[in-house]
Design a protein around this ligand. Sequence first.
Ligand code: FUC
Length: 808
Amino acid sequence: MILPLVALLLLGPPARTGPDLRLWYRQPAEGWNQALPVGNGRLGAMVYGRTADETIQLNEETLWSGGPYDPVVPGAWRALPEIRRLLFSGDIAAAHDLFGRSMMGRPYEQMKYQPLGNLHLTFPGHQRATDYRRELDLDAAVARVEYTVDGTRFVREIFSSAPDQVIVIRITASTPGAVSFTAALEGARNQAHSNYGTDYFQMDGVLPGTLRLSGKSSDYLGIEGRLRYQTDVVVRAEGGSVKVGRRTLTVSHADAVTLILAAATSFVNYHDVSGDPATRVAQVLAQAGARGYRELKQAHEAEHQGWFRRVDLQLGSGLAEADSLPTDLRIKRFATAPDPGLLALYYQFGRYLLIASSRPGTEPANLQGIWNDNSNPWWDSKYTVNINLPMNYWPAESGNLAELVGPLEKLVGEVAEAGSETAREHWAARGWVLHQNTDLWRSTTPMDGPSWGAWPVGGAWLMTNLYERYRYSGNRADLERIYPLLRDQTRFLLDILVADPKHGWLVTAPSNSPENFPGWPGNGLFFDEVSGSELTARTMVAGPTMDMQIIREVLAEFDEAATGLQRDSALVAEARAARPRLAPNQIGRHGQLQEWLDDWDEIEPDHRHLSPLWGLFPGREIAPESSPALAAAAAVTLTRRGTGGCGWSYAWKAGLRARLYDGPAALEQLRALLTRSSLPNLFSLCGRALQVDGNFGATAAIAEMLLQSQQDEIHLLPALPAEWASGSVAGLRARGGFTVDLAWADGRLTEVQLQASQRRRVVVLAKGAMGVTAGGHRVRFERVGPDRIGFTAEAAVRYRIGFPSGRP
Ligand code: FUC
């Protein structure tokens, strides 16, 4: 049998380099918020693309304030019985204050992610530039700036190479000898905090052609800044001359120039900072210095494309003119006109950002990925766990980037180690705990103040992220690796659960439903003695809905894992006994899914967090088919929350709408994200700054609109909006070890191909599915229900599902 054309197109790795994979602009960035990001997981740069005075802002992911520290308060658990007594007796103010006095980590806050510095390139006379264009090519992971001065075309290319661990800048001109500029490498110091003053750097020109920046991180909150760092920029000019001054380097009349930048800190791991940045930089430069520009670029592109090209998404532009518009104008236009292609670009930008900020062996992507120019960044640019860090990793599995979750797995392993002392001293519990935030130093205690920090299920949430890797791959090795973390988290949860006096249900206490204020009578403005500030209201409660949903999921995962691996039967019995006693989901008087044990309203009805909806997305215990009443209640809660918030909240709402199979509402949420809470460089916004979680959450939501697999079947096009009438996607992953390609036209599937990594039965929910073939031969299948077919997939065989509307 001859495979249809579409099938042939879908076979083999997708390779797309068209304009639809570029962000581009007709003017340089006005500031950091318009600059374009490149990164290799460790070294990040934001490229402004200015003609006469180029700025390339630099980051190295391990440059943080402070050094190794232990915030645990020995014996903090002694206050716990009294805090619980006060909480259950209704004296929440006293419970809150006692938590603040006895259970907060010391210091109360955590360390900050720091900028490394800026590379400035000054080109005399280039103010006169014309025919300007700058772009970020997502497929090549190269930022490019082009313009003309006096008839000469200048081109700059910038990329951050993972294979060579350097940032490379190439400057060429269409006229020989036309490249002349001065380079300066400037450090960054915190000038806004008087308690800093302990960070310093120095800038040196080093013969024959190097600029060097070396320095030390800042002390913060009494924690000594113990990181040393060094950045070297080596210049290689073709023709012309290079002069190194005390602090600057000047290239005159070269034909072309390559700048190679290496940077390192003394960070070894969260309790060891004894590395030598100078040796690290020298080693990297010796290796990269031996390679020509073309070689460096080819190695970089090949490595990047090994990740990036695993998924190809085509949603069509809908309008030819959209593709020819610069990205900033396209975003503005999207507020009132359809542009599916912009969302395909946005999806791939999310995958690009994950590849650029989280690689095997690096730190996980923080609140800003790895891109930060501010010594006092919003929320310290650290790891917030009550939505942000988990959301960063939502797109990884479906987006065929599972290995990029490795850094999160490493972080969880380290917080489990550090958090076992916190579990013992703050909760008198076995296992390990992570509260609302962590940093490079793996602080695990409650922080900021009881309103945020009194939330003991951060580690449990992250465990569910890690378990997804196993669900998607079906590989026992993925389960074995995380099993000890899951077992010890289960121990912690079982130890902290207590019976609430009213119902006898097992609950967490104290805790909160992240950052939302319950409207119990009298709750309102108060002065908090830990944060030293006036706060909207108290958040402390027992047994918030999200905690219970997360704990139900973790206990079920542990049960499945331990039973499958035949381990820890006594703990399995403990988990099984606890599970039915956990406080259940409840439907409140508005028909909403209740956020707390009691049916309180929210003080801020449109609060940005969607905590009680965790069980719908990213969790899976609520679904329109298996629990229609709860799904309907979740929809009520979602609608009551409105469509606003900040970047990540828009993204979460899009994913939730997709799980309710409401494609149009999911699309409207994405439109709102792009047009109301994003920057011209497509970065999502929270407050006044980039927060990369919104990008990652929306990337995951787009995948959820096309394919879902959380209910043990592969559901195709579950939330397709009419605007995406035709399209195709290749390389999406589904739980169970499947890779799926699909194409649709007029809103109907025309072609589906599916491949399993191991032999496995699969149920596919696809409207109109007619039959299954493999290599042109019919495959036995059963009709499992309306639009559902089931069959056994053999490993590595490509199956094709046929549809009446498929092309001949
Ligand atoms: C949570 C959110 C904020 C912000 C911060 C980093 O506290 O409520 O909106 O995203 O994390």
